[in-house]
Ligand binder design. Sequence first.
Ligand SMILES: [Zn+2]
Ligand SMILES: [Zn+2]
Length: 135
Amino acid sequence: MAKATGLTHNQQIVFDVLSHADRPQTAYEILGSELAHENGLKAPLTIYRALEALVDKALVHRIESLNAFIACDHEPHPEPAAFLICRNCRKTHETTMEACSGIFQATARQQLFTVEQVTIEMSGLCAECQAQARS
Ligand SMILES: [Zn+2]
Ligand SMILES: [Zn+2]
């Protein structure tokens, strides 16, 4: 788990909610959490601002396909993050794709394109949901 230092009060709360969640959370799920409620975070805009700052700090990743956010499982990393997202239970596993970053950069370079960020989202069924589907 990434260490969060120098966060504002609101950012810390949002980060704590995401760190304790077992799957990606939407801004509204964060807003509806007990921790946000106890700490007086009531406005969606407050949550969005905190999320934006946390994404900038690379402590949190945005999962585009779920429109949700997840706390980074690692120290802040420059290499692409890849997510295995269960389409049934939404449990998401983060892994980094160090081995692939050269391929992405080379592909982009052919188009004279400068890559700023790469996120890979793989959807499917997690081991638990596969087992459930079989039984
Ligand atoms: Zn990460
Ligand atoms: Zn699952």
